[in-house]
Design a protein around this ligand. Structure first.
Ligand code: GLU
Length: 419
């Protein structure tokens, strides 16, 4: 379908084709799995603070409906396109299936620059977008969550907008909301915590002592910052951190709390952080380290830098950070332990699922319960990927995709075709 055509969607399809060939999936099911099930494109008019009306394009893509409601984040970023959102929705499907969650994948996005918008403008944008997509969302239909550029506040506005329309608040309509509105303890930290847990499992497998290891983290948003903090708590030295406009390096380890306050106080200006030497994002990714965790946007590792990576573990906190060309180079090198994105960053949606279950039961769990259940699922998913990779001599990415894609294919084949 050419509507979705874009470098990102092509990348997701290329990965899918490779797995589908490997699994010898019947043709009849391939087409059903590759194209998103349904998509809503909306125009979101917003009155800006200066009185102008700006119309933002918004998207919600639901990739498949065979295992339950669809689930996935909502992204605010200037580069959001339909093709990108469709690729991200497809990855959510494989991710949820790999983690054994009863969901299909979805993703939403609005092409806007949240860094240049006021809080009130963002609220109007979110409420109007919600109003436009209401026919397609719901606690048993499609459940949104934060992604790049959105947060707990965004989810609170969505929840409130739906509640105003329906006359009652249903917390299960979104996950990743504030705790006071039915959010789950541990959800905010979950993705980063999962990235750190799996990076540690990779280090265990390679016999690297986490307390003597070094790590580089690209992205210091909700995923990167918590991944870095949890890695540091286990004694790993964070020697490099990057944000959108640059990066810092300190071979003795960065003071993460100081970096966090500096970025907040100085509008994300990392170059002037006094606790490290300013470097570029390109240099950051090529630093020698034990763990490299790209936790920002997609396509950070490409055929240009893949041969120059000097890490032993590549822990993909972002969605789609490695292009298929780079993947090939990494596979040929054979010296990097890849924790692929759909495994590495699945902690977020796993705790989203816990949040949804708690909401449906009007019951809340302690943070210890949440984390304990999270680690069990991560361990199971990690073991499933390692087992499959070893038994069938596959790359970790192909193994992870094979587990996820197979589960969706089985569900589709077992349910059959309507009518
Ligand atoms: N946006 C996150 C992801 O890409 C979380 C999605 C969710 O919790 O539904 O996995």
């Amino acid at each position: 379908m050419q509507e979705y055509d874009s470098p990102m969607f092509r990348m997701a399809c290329q990965q899918f084709d490779r797995v589908a060939d490997y699994l010898a999936l019947p043709q009849e099911v391939r087409g059903r799995m590759k194209q998103p099930k349904r998509t809503l494109i909306v125009s979101v008019p917003v009155r800006m603070d200066d009185g102008r009306v700006v119309v933002f394009p918004g998207y919600r893509v639901q990739h498949h409906l065979s295992l339950g409601p669809t689930k996935g984040g909502l992204r605010y970023h200037p580069d959001v396109t339909l093709g990108e959102v469709a690729a991200l929705a497809m990855w959510m499907s494989w991710k949820c299936a790999l983690a054994g969650l009863p969901y299909g994948g979805a993703k939403g996005g609005i092409a806007c620059d949240p860094r240049k918008m006021s809080l009130r403008e963002l609220e109007r944008l979110t409420r109007r977008f919600t109003q436009e997509v209401i026919p397609l969302i719901g606690g048993h239909v499609d459940v949104m969550a934060p992604d790049v550029g959105t947060n707990e506040q965004t989810m609170a506005w969505i929840l409130d907008t739906c509640a105003m329309r329906e006359g009652e608040a249903r917390p299960e309509i979104v996950t990743g909301k504030p705790i006071s509105l039915g959010g789950s303890l541990g959800r905010r930290e979950a993705t980063g915590r999962g990235v750190a847990f799996l990076a540690n499992r990779a280090m265990d497998t390679l016999g690297i002592d986490a307390a003597k290891a070094t790590a580089v983290v690209q992205g210091f948003g909700n995923v990167g910052s918590h991944a870095a903090l949890v890695l540091a708590r286990h004694g790993t030295k964070i020697i490099g951190v990057g944000v959108q406009d640059g990066a810092v390096y300190n071979p003795n380890g960065l003071d993460l709390a100081a970096l966090d306050s500096h970025l907040r106080a100085n509008n994300h200006d990392i170059a002037n952080f006094p606790g490290g030497e300013p470097i570029t994002n390109e240099q950051l990714l090529e630093l020698k380290c034990d763990v490299l965790a790209p936790c920002a946007l997609e396509r950070a590792i490409t055929e240009k830098n893949a041969a120059r990576l000097k890490c032993r573990v590549l822990a993909e906190g972002a969605n789609g950070p490695t292009t298929p060309e780079a993947d090939k180079i990494i596979e040929e090198r054979g010296d990097i332990f890849v924790v692929p994105d759909i495994l590495c960053n699945c902690g977020g949606v796993v705790v989203s699922y816990f949040e949804w279950v708690q909401n449906l039961q009007s019951f809340s769990w302690t943070e210890a319960e949440v984390n304990d259940k999270l680690y069990r699922i991560l361990e199971q998913a990690f073991a499933a990927v390692m087992h499959r990779a070893k038994r069938e001599k596959l790359s970790h990415r192909l193994a992870a995709l094979a587990v996820g894609v197979q589960r969706v294919a089985d569900a589709k084949l077992q349910r059959g075709l309507f009518p």
